[in-house]
Design a protein around this ligand. Structure first.
Ligand SMILES: Cc1cc2nc3c(=O)[nH]c(=O)nc-3n(C[C@H](O)[C@H](O)[C@H](O)COP(=O)(O)O)c2cc1C
Length: 208
């Protein structure tokens, strides 16, 4: 059976969030066209995502080194590894997230830190890091109110670019993408921009 992990990185309701609207549209269509798949939803704004702090970091490092962990280090390392194992078990992954302050929500950043573990999602080699999960299929659903695909703000786009680079580091270099942009910059066109993105999400969900 195909395991599909749907990750939502915005806690707003769909009426107030373009990325959540894309998520819900994609999810509904995906379930309709792939009725036999095993779908798991992960809402990062509801999830327990402690900061990647010193205690968690030492727990994860000690585990790799075969050292004894304190109970708190073990608790935190287990949380990070639980999310990592869930990610590794998925054949397909859908990530819906906004551009906020040119970047991604802190919850999503913390989650991606959990996934970024040598020996699990990538490995070090003499020629640099190599991704270990190239076989996963990924769809990225991203919303950004300004325009970043060209023009002076291009280099400020550290939301989709960041996520794409992290995934490329894991070996996933060509994610499918639906990008909705410019609905705040061009309010008179917002309705059309958002509904074009919604249509794209439906079409992608059918074939993903
Ligand atoms: C906290 C916050 C920060 C934002 N920062 C930016 C920004 O830096 N640049 C931009 O173009 N739009 C920014 N926006 C607008 C969002 O990109 C826009 O609302 C987009 O639709 C985000 O997806 P969402 O609707 O799912 O929240 C911001 C919105 C919020 C709520």
């Amino acid at each position: 059976m195909t395991n599909v992990l749907f990750i939502k990185a915005n806690g707003l309701p769909a009426e107030r969030s373009v990325s959540v609207a894309l998520y819900e549209i994609f999810l509904t269509e995906y379930k309709k066209s792939h009725p036999d798949d095993n779908v798991t939803e992960l809402d990062l704004f509801e999830a327990d995502l402690p900061y990647y702090d010193v205690t968690m970091m030492s727990g994860l490092h000690k585990e790799v080194a075969g050292e004894t962990l304190t109970p708190e280090e073990k608790r935190l390392a287990d949380i990070a590894n639980g999310y990592l194992d869930q990610f590794l078990a998925a054949d397909k992954i859908v990530m819906a997230f906004p551009l906020w302050n040119f970047s991604i929500p802190a919850q999503f950043l913390t989650y991606l830190f959990y996934l970024n573990q040598a020996g699990k999602t990538f490995k070090y080699t003499a020629n640099g890091p190599v991704g270990l999960v190239a076989d996963k299929k990924i769809a990225l659903l991203n919303a950004r109110g300004g325009i970043y695909s060209d023009g002076p703000m291009q280099s400020f786009e550290m939301s989709l670019n960041y996520v794409k680079n992290v995934l490329a580091h894991f070996g996933i270099s060509e994610p499918e993408m639906v990008i909705v942009e410019g609905h705040n910059a061009k309010p008179d066109q917002a309705k059309d921009i958002i509904s074009a993105g919604a249509k794209e999400a439906v079409e992608l969900a059918k074939i993903f």
